[in-house]
Design a protein around this ligand. Structure first.
Ligand SMILES: [Zn+2]
Length: 100
């Protein structure tokens, strides 16, 4: 019997310089099948010393899944190019679509 946890692994120490990181939200850009997608409000850790940014693996996977789902929906609506902005939340219903 295994316990499945939605575990978010934040990087607490910078792998580059060893400084303690800070929790922030950041913006990540994706290019996927003709669509340019900006995801805002992505939780991450950032190093105040060298600026290295770390997105927890579980967060990255969840966001990629959300982006993929959005691209599929866009294609179903014959939207195959352009730029969209999504606001990252932990459920897909919160995804926002803004035209740019
Ligand atoms: Zn650093």
């Amino acid at each position: 019997m295994s316990h499945q946890q939605a575990h978010t692994n934040y990087m607490d120490t910078c792998a580059e310089c060893g400084s303690a990181t800070e929790r922030v939200t950041t913006t990540v850009d994706y290019e996927l099948e003709g669509l340019s997608i900006t995801v805002k409000n992505v939780p991450a850790s950032v190093c105040p010393s060298c600026g290295e940014k770390y997105i927890p693996g579980a967060v990255g996977i969840a966001i990629h899944r959300q982006v993929r789902k959005f691209v599929t929906a866009a294609h179903e609506n014959s939207v195959t190019e352009g730029h969209v902005t999504l606001t990252a939340e932990h459920n897909d219903e919160q995804a926002q679509y803004t035209t740019a």
